[in-house]
Write a protein that binds this ligand. Sequence first.
Ligand SMILES: Cc1cc2nc3c(=O)[nH]c(=O)nc-3n(C[C@H](O)[C@H](O)[C@H](O)COP(=O)(O)OP(=O)(O)OC[C@H]3O[C@@H](n4cnc5c(N)ncnc54)[C@H](O)[C@@H]3O)c2cc1C
Length: 394
Amino acid sequence: MNQKQYDVIVIGAGAAGMMCAIEAGYRGLNVLLLDHAPKPGAKIRISGGGKCNFTNRNVEPKHFICSNPHFVKSALARYQPDAFIERVERHAIAYEERDKGQLFTLDGAGQLVAMFRTELDWAGVELQLNCFVSNVQKGSDQWQLITSNGSLQSQKLVVATGGLSYPKLRASDFGMQLAQQFGLAVMPSRPGLVPLVMPARQQAWWSELSGLSLRVIASTARGPEFDGAMLITHQGLSGPSILQASNYWFAGEAIRLNLLPQIKGIAGWLQELKQQAQPLSTVLKQYWPKRFVQAWQDKFGFDDDLANYSQIRLDALAEQLTAWSLYPEDTAGYAKAEVSLGGVATDEVSSKTMESLKVPGLYFIGEVLDVTGHLGGFNFQWAWASAHACAQSL
Ligand SMILES: Cc1cc2nc3c(=O)[nH]c(=O)nc-3n(C[C@H](O)[C@H](O)[C@H](O)COP(=O)(O)OP(=O)(O)OC[C@H]3O[C@@H](n4cnc5c(N)ncnc54)[C@H](O)[C@@H]3O)c2cc1C
């Protein structure tokens, strides 16, 4: 049986865990990186439609949701997107910039996992896969782990086990459970960056239109507005603007849609169309898919004959076009969520080192913490930055 002793054990060979293990290894530490999955970096592989949106050119604290909004500042400032881009370029991985500063690999996310595996070797990190941790105890000066590979000891323990989304990729609540075992607070978890499901009685209407996409501004009572594509699904709504808004949506609340973000001053615009006696459908087809125009006009009873609209009716049309309140029944759950909101409470973790303020030698990095990024490469940037900050202090 393995009885090995390490300076650092990192649990979770995902984005944050690999980054932290590499940086700690480069600092000369004897590091074990373990994971219960058969391969490292499973979420990196499938992320960004297989191309991994690995960072964003413009990363600011406002792109993150955290009970303590200041928590992310230090780590993000000390490991900026350029540092990760430099690493990607050093490994000759081709990438492209898409909308809003989002960077994706050109030839597949597997290249990033290969990059990490190479650097794990360079850094002399020991990687144990299919390794199951059944017990963690803290002795007077070291950590003791009972695993399927035997008993392991280390000076420091880094928890990088991620969030609950995509359970089929071996997501687990291990990190949150461990935090609770040591008396640390955990913010309740819920799915984020997730499609929204409409009530059953409305699903037939959405289902008829599934596959259609249009540009909207989506917002909720508590969050910012998100301008981007909305995709109609069999069950409801998805696409970037909806996924973004889902982070701020709570059951029972409305999602508000502006279906014409292109038009500034909707009231004046409608007045002009009325004077020009333009058919409503002709105008809407410039912005929406044809089938959506027809279904939407039928649903709300707005006929084509704008010239005959009273002012009250015109106002109602403006309201319905720019502030359509929808009441989803639920989210599509962790199975479809890109991230989970909530996690280990940041109030009890050092924002400079990621070390628990209550339990010396215990560190949390990446998504297991109560930090969630917007869509656009921000979640990986948090994984890299928090891992880097942690590794510097191990
Ligand atoms: C479909 C999808 C697409 C995404 N696309 C993007 C994107 O393009 N850009 C972006 O920024 N973010 C994206 N994300 C989010 C991003 O993948 C995560 O935020 C990021 O991977 C978090 O890194 P992490 O290291 O904290 O956790 P993870 O990468 O999830 O790694 C956690 C690791 O811990 C291991 N683990 C869990 N429990 C245990 C246990 N009990 N014992 C041992 N090991 C354990 C897991 O097997 C895993 O390897 C996407 C997520 C999904 C699901």
